[in-house]
Design a protein around this ligand. Structure first.
Ligand code: RP5
Length: 172
């Protein structure tokens, strides 16, 4: 894996999506996976979105994560232009709080899939991208396993603390 060549392209429809989408980048950085982030609106920048998707594979990108809110067509528009795996992140914004974006992102026609995560599920988009890449880059398998082990240990610690708390004598 060349640290200077992004393997994952993270796209978002607006700068207002950044606080959600940067969580995908955080996960990829934690796992040592080079990535790039760009704003590319399916509606406001349709030509740029298409050219990014069309040229992604030849630039070395292996997975694309695309997040957008409201009438969220970004992930689908990207998937229409590439056979790279595309992970869609519906973002909560506007009156419908992401349900509109979820439906727009997940309901793709047969043959043009978008692997859709939960509303604001950018962290899982990062993990899913890493798991896809682990097929080709086996060094990621240990990193993913360690991350799960760490998450489990953190939960066990929290669980022990809960038990101590609830076992305190009750003084009315
Ligand atoms: C989508 O519409 C963007 O992804 C964003 O989530 C939503 C609203 O965009 P802004 O008006 O905040 O730029 O295209």
């Amino acid at each position: 894996m060349d640290k200077n060549t992004p393997l994952v392209g993270i796209l978002m429809g607006s700068e207002n999506d950044l606080s959600v989408m940067e969580k995908a980048m955080d996960v990829l950085c934690m796992l040592g996976i080079p990535c790039e982030m760009k704003i590319s609106s399916a509606h406001r920048m349709p030509e740029l979105t298409a050219s990014y998707a069309k040229s992604a594979r030849e630039r070395g990108i292996e997975v694309i994560i695309a997040g957008a809110g409201m009438a969220a067509h970004l992930a689908g528009a990207v998937a229409a232009q590439t056979t790279l795996p595309v992970i869609g992140v519906p973002i909560s914004s506007g009156e419908l709080k992401g349900v509109d974006a979820l439906y727009s992102t997940v309901q793709m026609p047969a043959g043009i899939p978008v692997a859709t995560v939960a509303i604001n599920g950018a962290k899982n988009a990062g993990f899913l991208a890493a798991q896809i890449l682990s097929i080709k880059y086996p060094e990621l398998i240990n990193r993913l396993d360690s991350q799960r082990k760490e998450a489990k240990e953190n939960l066990l610690k929290k669980s022990e603390q809960l038990c101590i708390g609830s076992c305190k004598p009750h003084n009315p």
